[in-house]
Design a protein around this ligand. Structure first.
Ligand SMILES: [Zn+2]
Length: 123
């Protein structure tokens, strides 16, 4: 899964669904990979408008790759947009765990795919 996905998912258990403090899921024991893709400036501008920036900062800090620029800087600098593309779109989580900051439920990532299926008692 692309790192971007971390910004658009949250814990889905009955107790956490819809709660802001169940976001973002914290990556743990992750194996990252890089997958080169073409930069689509319009797509990235669209993403930039929708992204939860504080959530992104939290996720990247948890990954040990803190951001070195602000959202405002990206909006004015095409090179930073490219760097953000590299972080969000080209960087993927191949294996690992995503941990809910609220209930500590663990979602597993295998072969680059996160499973958000829940056992029946948590739905
Ligand atoms: Zn949760």
């Amino acid at each position: 899964m692309k790192l971007l996905t971390l910004n658009f998912v949250q814990c889905a258990t009955r107790d956490c669904a819809g709660r802001q403090d169940a976001f973002p899921l914290a990556p743990q024991n992750v194996q990252l990979a890089a997958q080169e893709t073409d930069l689509d400036p319009d797509f990235m501008a669209n993403i930039l408008a929708k992204i939860d920036w504080p959530g992104l900062e939290t996720s990247l800090n948890q990954l040990g790759r803190p951001l070195t620029f602000t959202k405002e800087q990206v909006e004015q600098d095409q090179n930073l947009l490219k760097e953000l593309h590299s972080i969000l779109i080209e960087t993927t989580i191949q294996e690992g765990e995503l941990v809910c900051p609220r209930c500590s439920h663990i979602y597993h990532v295998k072969d680059g795919i996160a499973s958000f299926l829940l056992p029946p008692h948590l739905v």
